[in-house]
Ligand binder design. Sequence first.
Ligand SMILES: Cc1cc2nc3c(=O)[nH]c(=O)nc-3n(C[C@H](O)[C@H](O)[C@H](O)COP(=O)(O)OP(=O)(O)OC[C@H]3O[C@@H](n4cnc5c(N)ncnc54)[C@H](O)[C@@H]3O)c2cc1C
Length: 438
Amino acid sequence: MPVKVAIVGSGPSGFYTAAALMERSDDVEIDFIERLPTPFGLIRGGVAPDHQTTKKVSRAYEKTALSGPVRFWGNVEIGRDLSLDELRAMYDAVVLAIGSPRDRPLGVPGDDRQGVYGSADFVGWYNGHPDFTDLAPDLNTNNVVVVGNGNVAIDIARVLVKTDAEMADTDIADHAAKAIRAAPLTDVWMIGRRGPVEAKFTNVELREMGKLEEASAIVDPAQLPVTVEGNMSDRDKRLKERNLTTLREFTAQDAAGKPKRVHFAFYTRPVEVLGGARVEGLHCERTKVDAAGRSVGTGAFFDIPCGLLVAAIGYRSDPIDGVPFDMAGGIVVHRDGRIAPGLYAVGWIKRGPSGVIGSNKPDGNQAAAQVLEDSPRGARPGRAALEKLLVVRGVKWVDYPAWQRIDAAEMAAARPGAPRRKFVRVANMLALGQTGAE
Ligand SMILES: Cc1cc2nc3c(=O)[nH]c(=O)nc-3n(C[C@H](O)[C@H](O)[C@H](O)COP(=O)(O)OP(=O)(O)OC[C@H]3O[C@@H](n4cnc5c(N)ncnc54)[C@H](O)[C@@H]3O)c2cc1C
């Protein structure tokens, strides 16, 4: 009897787990339980719409999804359609691969004013994630502040200032493309508490900011150190030096010819979001980095006017019923991925929101090895029991062929040159792809 494994969540960590299980055993049955009708997690809903090459990793996931032992149960949410305890009772092993979908709050006075968003919501909005279709951010402003000095902050700044022509071959959601096109945006301020050496951007993403059609990258040369100092590996030092070189090149570019600017504002700490009901600016303190690498205030304050503020300062997960949770870390409590007998964690719900897509692969390998080591062989009913329960509850699910119909319809509806036009409402996806209980 095959070992019955349910993987909750169909992002990278879930797919790497399924692939690793099949590499290790011919006797597994794997069911993906995914709350959206669409697979691939943040590859579809997080990775920037103008980074289509990165999204191609989903082709490898598709091969896994189409393998004999694997089934996809989309539009089925643990906590809404069935509980985790119910799932655990049906499967020999359950692997949580549900990511970190919530924003860490900015945590300064005024961060609840209208026009202040977290990056999960804002990125979800422009990427057509159905949870954020109705976000409707008001972009009727010249100035935007993006808090954060990582690749997500860069993605947001870049998507906001790229021209229609630069976005033509992307799958940005129609509503977002329209709103950004109509917006009078001229200046995006990317602020970070620490300096260019501490910033987390990778060089490929940073360099893109120097090649934008209508926007210049603005860097204050006084904020660039001459050399990279600090306790770090040679590799890290090389990467930081590369970023410094790129930032220096930005200082040499002529900003006058372009109508938009992206300002790299280092050594800047948000103190308070200013305004009335809506955000009108950000009150900031100039910082410096102390010997221990911490950002400390200098007592010099200044304001940046803005009508939209996006905080890209990290993610957390919600606690899950029946699972021990580390509230401070925003992840499940586990030991090398093991949470409880027959229950495992992989990806961002296990490690927190860090690393690149490939960083989730070792988690999948580890969980697969643990599942096969721990599982009582085929003791539970698995998918037959799941299907029965979903039918009894009247839950409509989306299987992989149904997702392929959604996928094909999206590609067929694409503008010339674009990869797809995304459905942004679950009801529209279900109208095309719904299967299951009648
Ligand atoms: C904005 C952004 C841009 C990024 N860009 C890049 C990039 O360009 N390159 C790169 O290498 N990395 C990038 N990353 C990082 C990369 O996306 C992550 O490393 C990876 O997606 C984490 O995988 P995961 O499987 O843990 O979580 P996720 O990808 O978040 O997948 C979790 C899945 O679980 C589902 N789920 C959640 N709760 C439930 C539930 N209760 N029941 C059923 N299903 C559920 C979700 O719908 C989702 O499909 C980016 C991340 C973000 C946030």
